[in-house]
Design a protein around this ligand. Structure first.
Ligand SMILES: *[C@@H]1O[C@H](CO)[C@@H](O)[C@H](O)[C@H]1NC(C)=O
Ligand SMILES: *[C@@H]1O[C@H](CO)[C@@H](O)[C@H](O)[C@H]1NC(C)=O
Ligand SMILES: *[C@@H]1O[C@H](CO)[C@@H](O)[C@H](O)[C@H]1NC(C)=O
Ligand SMILES: *[C@@H]1O[C@H](CO)[C@@H](O)[C@H](O)[C@H]1NC(C)=O
Ligand SMILES: *[C@@H]1O[C@H](CO)[C@@H](O)[C@H](O)[C@H]1NC(C)=O
Ligand SMILES: *[C@@H]1O[C@H](CO)[C@@H](O)[C@H](O)[C@H]1NC(C)=O
Ligand SMILES: *[C@@H]1O[C@H](CO)[C@@H](O)[C@H](O)[C@H]1NC(C)=O
Ligand SMILES: *[C@@H]1O[C@H](CO)[C@@H](O)[C@H](O)[C@H]1NC(C)=O
Ligand SMILES: [Cu+2]
Length: 584
């Protein structure tokens, strides 16, 4: 048994998790089991470098407990969670609890240089927060560099009340995490793209629970198989942990019932397939109502939903649903007919338009009916002039960047939250993020290459008073190309009240908003060449990151900060920083 110091020498991080209150833990295996612990029980997870082999390539991968994906963390609504992360690696890290609202506990949110400085090699930090007023499937992931490629896992919030859907009992839960695998070093992929100004290397495979499946070279044994029983109902907890790709998902011959997205219940609806963007999560019901023919297993597949002109990997990952009556495991490498084509924007749009908040008496849809402020934000990729004497590998000898309202976000040296809280004389940010696009033009219509495509660099945030009912319209642009961007908001859920193609029209579009049962989410996939309007009740004091969840775009600056000032009274104020908060 190695001592802690030996293990540190072996480059490990430990994550220990203990929870106060009524608690359950689950571990990442195809069908999860729940265990009940008393409040003093303690589970220790370690994140370690591990040799992992996929596609015939062996490499060192950052994993948690040697598992890729990492273990599932499961709590109940109302639990207080304490998670200690000891960094025994030789690199910085942070962990983000994606979609957890973090009411007043921004210090535990995790994005590096936004709410904390990194946990340095040899140091530790305990994330403390409560999980209230949300239930369902979320996830956790590293929020430093591109570490989240392999450092991620499910974060499940069990409800206190019975599920509002399905009268049939749930036979079992099946966590399904989608990811991307690079044969090379993922952090190096980011370093290279930033250094040379070009696009990132595309991944070598898509994965289902870390496994590429039989359509990839040397991967037949690396195939996810979930064994089920006929005539039962299963709960699929689907998470898109891919770095740079939106995905379609379908299971051959089976209908999926959507019941929840981003830990908020929806009105249930049936679908043959789903579209899921990086950062999004979806809970599905699956009825095993088929009769397998000739010992065949049913392929479950993912393929990218492609809207970009950038290179992508056009491959498909397959796992299988195996009825336990099937004795022989026979692989079919046929992609099911219900999987949409890679460029099927019509399917993606129709699917997103079906999402509605449950809006029941127990789970009302609290969308703000009116707003105090409307902010319109263009999302663009940019081509920055190459500094003289340097050669850049983006288009036309320039460098790729990205921006919101033409501001390309630069991470500060000291966390924004700390600078805001301590009210330092020299702030690491400025509160002058533009509330409308600095230039009016035909955002989605023009030939953008005739325009000056430079952005402005800085650390600009939008600052609002506590309790502001805020509307943000994200306007896609045709700079470089139109593309679907999944915009993630930290610290708050929001309601997607409207969406459309082309340019947002303030005179016409708000009249068509859904203010009755719009879906509640933490990540909105803004249509390619279109816009999405979200409403946020800004009632969580702190500094919050808003960014594209396509990792390459965030690296290029498609991000901004949102500061919500304290309200009056302690219950409307940010808590003081924990004593062990990592400093810069
Ligand atoms: C990216 O791809 C290029 C060209 O295939 C290759 O030379 C380079 O090593 C790759 N980088 C990483 C980090 O894998
Ligand atoms: C896509 O994945 C395949 C299989 O791993 C790989 O051989 C190929 O290079 C990838 N495609 C691109 C465009 O990189
Ligand atoms: C979904 O389809 C199943 C049959 O596969 C049916 O029993 C169920 O009522 C449908 N649910 C909805 C919400 O349409
Ligand atoms: C599944 O669907 C395919 C294509 O629609 C069909 O050929 C096949 O017979 C179906 N399999 C079963 C077991 O129903
Ligand atoms: C994927 O790309 C390769 C090379 O560009 C091409 O040969 C192949 O047909 C494509 N496959 C699909 C499914 O589009
Ligand atoms: C499938 O699993 C169930 C529950 O364990 C069991 O009762 C049933 O006999 C199994 N069926 C087969 C064909 O193995
Ligand atoms: C963005 O900012 C750059 C640098 O200030 C400027 O040259 C460019 O015209 C701006 N573009 C837009 C669309 O606002
Ligand atoms: C790790 O974070 C600290 C604090 O911000 C910073 O000074 C240091 O340069 C970082 N280390 C690396 C390798 O980036
Ligand atoms: Cu993006």
């Amino acid at each position: 048994m190695g001592s802690l110091s030996q293990q540190c020498g072996m480059l490990l991080i430990f994550i220990s998790i203990f929870l106060a209150g009524f608690v359950s833990f689950s571990f990442a295996s195809p069908v999860i089991k729940r265990f009940e612990f008393n409040c003093d029980d303690f589970v220790s997870y370690k994140v370690e470098w591990k040799k992992v082999r996929r596609l015939g390539h062996t490499k060192q991968l950052l994993t948690v407990n040697g598992q890729y994906p990492g273990p599932t963390i499961a709590v109940h609504e109302g639990d207080t969670v304490r998670i200690k992360v000891n960094n025994c690696m030789n690199e910085n890290t942070t962990i983000h609890w994606h979609g957890v609202k973090q009411l007043r506990t921004g210090w535990a949110d995790g994005p590096a240089y936004i709410t904390q400085c990194p946990i340095r090699a040899g140091e530790s930090y305990t994330y403390k927060f409560s999980v209230n007023d949300q239930r369902g499937t979320l996830w956790w992931h590293a929020h430093y560099s591109w570490q989240r490629a392999s450092v991620h896992g499910a974060f499940i919030i069990y409800p206190r009340m019975p599920y509002p859907f399905s009268s049939s009992p749930i036979e079992a839960e099946i966590p399904i995490l989608f990811g991307e695998w690079w044969n090379g070093d993922v952090e190096e992929v980011e370093n290279e793209m930033l250094k040379h100004g070009g696009g990132p290397n595309v991944s070598d495979a898509y994965t289902i629970n870390g496994l590429p499946g039989p359509l990839y070279p040397s991967s037949t044994i690396d195939t996810f198989i979930s064994t089920v029983e006929r005539g039962k109902t299963y709960l699929l907890r689907v998470i898109n942990a891919a770095l740079n790709n939106e995905l379609f998902f379908a299971i051959a011959n089976h209908t999926l019932t959507v019941v929840e997205v981003d830990a908020a219940y929806t009105k249930p609806f049936n679908t043959t397939a789903i579209m899921i963007a990086p950062g999004q999560t979806t809970t599905l019901l699956l009825n095993t109502d088929q009769v397998p023919e000739h010992s065949q297993m049913f392929p479950m597949t993912i393929t990218p939903y492609v809207t970009s002109i950038f290179p992508f990997n056009n491959s498909t990952s397959i796992g299988f649903l195996r009825y336990n009556s099937t004795k022989i495991k026979k692989f079919s490498s046929k992609v099911p007919e219900n999987l949409p084509e890679m460029k099927d924007t019509a399917f993606a749009t129709a699917f997103l338009n079906k999402l509605r908040s449950l809006g029941s008496p127990m789970y009302p849809c609290n969308v703000p009916k009116t707003v105090h402020k409307r902010v319109v934000i263009t999302i663009s990729l940019n081509l920055q002039d190459c500094p003289s004497g340097k050669s850049c590998q983006g288009l036309n000898g320039k460098s790729f960047f990205a921006s919101m309202n033409n501001q390309s976000f630069v991470r500060p040296a000291l966390s924004i939250l700390e600078s805001h809280y301590r009210n330092t004389a020299t702030k690491t940010y400025s509160s002058d993020f533009p509330e409308k696009p600095p230039k009016v033009y035909d955002y989605t219509g023009v030939n953008p290459l005739t325009y000056n495509m430079n952005a402005k660099f800085g650390t600009r945030v939008l600052e609002v008073a506590y309790g502001t009912d805020l509307e943000i319209v994200f306007q896609g642009t045709s700079f470089l190309n139109v593309e679907n961007h999944p915009i993630h908001v930290h610290g708050h859920n929001f309601f997607v009240v409207g969406r459309g193609f082309g340019n947002f029209n303030v005179a016409r579009d708000p009249a068509k908003y859904n203010l009755v049962d719009p879906p509640e989410r933490n990540t909105v996939a803004v249509s390619t060449g279109g816009w999405a309007a979200i409403r946020i009740r800004a009632n969580n004091p702190g500094a919050w990151f808003i960014h594209c969840h396509l990792e390459g775009h965030t690296s290029w600056g498609l991000a901004m900060g949102l500061i919500v000032r304290n309200g009056v009274g302690e219950s409307k104020s940010l808590l003081p920083p924990p004593k062990d908060l990592p400093l810069c």
